[in-house]
Design a protein around this ligand. Structure first.
Ligand code: NOJ
Length: 516
């Protein structure tokens, strides 16, 4: 699965922002890369207070991203290229410009129009004076999760102020989202990525979380039992359509059991498992994460999911560069990590630009940053703009073929990206792009004959991760020194191997003809 962050992928309209036409114009590139499916991030009408995760109309296309006709043409062309398409659905909150929220604000306190959101009176002092928000819940983006209205009511927003949380106890909200799913399924989408999937229902007591906000808040807003009924209904809707329609949840959980509950056979098909993305560059850490992730989904029969980068996290080339060491080590490690990712059973989710080895852009000036995290924390957290810089396609300077020459991209692109463009890497056998293509092609060839089960050696080493699936062995050396290669013929390696040695920060796939 390839995540397309639409605003940053390709600009087909010449306004410096990516759009659906841009994606459509690059489908051959994606097919040739060797991915099976695309996940499109939100392209709905939105003021973009949170990059489109503030949806003002769930069944439209924002004019800056195109039209419904562009969407239909994109899906038809993607299918013709053999690519499936899933889209983001954002049920936890809407934009504050959504018709429902505007109606709620225009309505008096207690009016049914306010039932679609979470409005509460503020908390008063014992002497009756208004003191502040209804409880101490923090927003994920910094500051309080409550915003006060002039009439004295407060509304809940777990994310930005412009993203009021919906009240999923309101039957109208539930029905409306079912219609939204049908609207897009009727247009041919193959499924949905569900944003904040565990968070729809909140503890009706709205009790304070106290000092231990993260853990306590988790229990109050995530994985409340009521949420599972929603996904059972959604699963029935998906199954009422022809073909294989699927749902993958963005589910942050505290325990494997909690995750597994979302993956019961009548709920979601997949859930993101983020621990690989959070793990440091360390063989024992990777091994632990893989074993835990596989064990978590094992009782459910669902496929495990693997992610190294996304639009929410610093890019892994840069993460693996830390602590700063040898220049280029992040790129070497990112190549090496890919073979681990693609040798695992289940679904690998790639994020646009990782196939080019793009680093995080860390030096964006404050005035161009758009992520509400940077604003809401007064710059203390830089936010996620650094992994959302547009894709460099060609040429030697901004906008690197992302947009027509002379167009200024919505985020500035670094002056030293000429060697990272698709054009520069295409045809260079040593490039990251060529390596991704080779690895994806070989995975496609090998995967059907591989068992799902992973076999681990009895004597795990601290230096390297080695595992086997049938005839394929994957070895990733996380140390700086060479280690001995396991048995088999090297069919792909992230860097040259000498004799029977696997160099430091390198990985290899080895094939044995007769698995012992
Ligand atoms: C998760 C999305 O991936 C992220 O980009 C967004 O800010 C939050 N959910 C809130 O919608």
């Amino acid at each position: 699965m390839y995540e397309v962050y639409v605003r940053s992928f390709a600009d087909g309209g010449g306004d410096g922002e990516g759009d659906l036409r841009g994606v459509r114009s690059r489908l051959a590139y994606l097919r040739d890369l060797g991915v099976d499916a695309l996940w499109l991030t939100p392209f709905y009408p939105s003021p973009l207070a949170d990059g489109g995760y503030d949806v003002a109309d769930h069944t439209g296309v924002d004019p800056r991203f195109g039209t419904l006709d562009d969407f239909d043409a994109l899906v038809a062309d993607a299918h013709a290229h053999g690519l499936r398409v899933i889209i983001d659905i954002v049920p936890n909150h809407t934009s504050d410009r959504h018709r429902w929220f505007r109606e709620a604000l225009a309505a008096p306190i207690g009016d049914p129009a306010r039932e679609r959101y979470v409005f509460r009176p503020g908390r008063r002092n014992p002497d009756g004076r208004m003191e502040g928000p209804p409880n101490d819940w923090p927003s994920m983006f910094g500051g309080s999760a409550w915003e006060r209205l002039p009439d004295g009511q407060w509304y809940l927003h777990l994310y930005a102020r412009e993203q009021p949380d919906l009240n999923w106890r309101d039957p109208g909200v539930r029905r409306a989202f079912e219609d939204v799913l049908r609207f897009w399924l009727d247009r041919g989408v193959d499924g949905f990525r569900i944003d904040v999937a565990a968070g729809l229902f909140k503890d009706p007591a709205f009790a304070d979380v106290g000092a231990d906000a993260r853990t306590a808040l988790h229990g109050r807003i995530y994985s409340r039992p009521e949420v599972h009924g929603v996904y059972r209904d959604w699963r029935r809707i998906l199954e009422s359509y022809d073909g294989d329609r699927m749902a993958v949840g963005e589910v942050w959980t505290d325990s494997p059991d909690e995750l597994a509950r979302f993956l019961r056979p009548d709920e979601l098909h997949q859930a993101f498992q983020f621990d690989l993305q959070l793990a440091p560059w360390s063989a024992p850490a990777f091994r632990d994460v893989i074993q835990a992730a596989v064990a978590a989904v094992e009782p459910t029969g669902a496929a495990p999911t693997w992610v190294l980068s996304s639009h929410d996290m610093p890019r892994h080339v840069t993460r693996y560069e830390r602590p700063p060491g040898v220049p280029g080590i992040g790129t070497a490690r990112a190549r090496a990590a890919l073979l681990m990712l693609l040798a695992l059973p289940g679904s690998a989710y790639l994020y646009q630009g990782e196939e080019l080895g793009l680093p995080e852009v860390e030096d964006l000036p404050d005035e161009v940053r758009q992520d509400p995290i940077s604003r809401r924390t007064g710059g203390k957290r830089p936010g996620r703009d650094g992994c959302r810089v547009p894709i460099p396609w060609s040429g030697a300077k901004e906008p690197y073929g992302f947009a027509p020459d002379g167009t200024r991209p919505w985020l500035p692109m670094p002056p030293d990206w000429a060697s990272l463009t698709v054009e520069a890497q295409d045809g260079d056998p040593a490039s990251m792009l060529s390596f991704y293509r080779s690895a994806l092609a070989l995975r496609r060839e090998l995967a059907p004959s591989l068992p799902e089960e992973i076999e681990w050696p009895d004597d795990p080493s601290d230096a390297s991760v080695v595992f086997r699936r049938g005839r394929l062995t994957c070895a990733l050396n996380c140390s700086d020194n060479p280690v001995r290669l396991p048995p088999g013929e090297v069919v792909l390696a992230s860097a040259a191997c000498y004799g029977d040695l696997l160099p430091g920060n390198t990985s290899a796939w080895l094939v044995t003809d007769a698995p012992s």
